[in-house]
Design a protein around this ligand. Structure first.
Ligand code: FE2
Ligand code: FE2
Length: 194
């Protein structure tokens, strides 16, 4: 099936909604860490593992491809778009660093908890800001260029990849995370109808 820029932008927006759900879960665990509660470290590790596997390797490269084309076509945007690649690199590095921190957390000391909570909070805020900016600015630019005939050829070259959590089937190693997302959605909908 030929990919259109319209489909691709829909996929990117869906990815953002999915990532936002994961960040909501992550923020709840960060709050537990800060309030001396019992965070679910496995859940946090699963979220960060997913982030290194799908957003960092499929979502962000797809955006880099699109932004590269936009900046080649629209004069004066290169500088504004340069920081996207930098953001993607930085977010990927933070993600991998957080996974190392999670792996190293052994004695659950107050200092460990505090620095982990600060790093998780920063990651969540940075990614939320990044997605907000993309949606308000760059996604709209891409939408306005849907008539560009070069998209078809460009998108053909992109490896679509597979989403191991929100794709057609959930990989077994992400099943626990998937169940947590579903529980959270049920809880959210109950709050809405109270
Ligand atoms: Fe991005
Ligand atoms: Fe994005």
């Amino acid at each position: 099936m030929n990919k259109t820029i319209e489909n691709t932008m829909n996929e990117l927006r869906t990815d953002h909604r999915n990532m936002t759900m994961l960040l909501d879960l992550l923020d709840s665990e960060t709050l537990r860490l800060l309030e001396d509660g019992e965070p679910d470290y496995q859940l946090v590790t699963d979220i960060m593992t997913y982030m290194t596997e799908y957003p960092d390797t499929i979502h962000h490269p797809k955006e880099d491809l699109i932004y590269g084309h936009i900046s080649a076509k629209r004069e004066g945007l290169e500088k504004a778009l340069q920081h996207i690649e930098i953001d993607h690199k930085t977010l990927g590095e933070s993600c991998r660093e957080l996974l190392r921190d999670l792996d190293a957390i052994s004695d659950d000391s107050a200092a460990d908890r505090e620095s982990l909570a600060a790093a998780l909070r920063k990651y969540s805020l940075d990614l939320r800001k990044h997605m907000y900016w993309e949606e308000k600015d760059l996604f709209e630019l891409a939408d306005s260029m849907q008539d560009d005939e070069a998209w078809a050829e460009l998108l053909k070259s992109h490896d679509i990849g597979r989403d191991p959590l929100f794709g057609s089937s959930v990989e077994r190693r992400f099943q626990k995370l998937f169940n947590s997302i579903q529980r959270r959605m049920v809880w959210d909908s109950q709050q809405y109808f109270v």
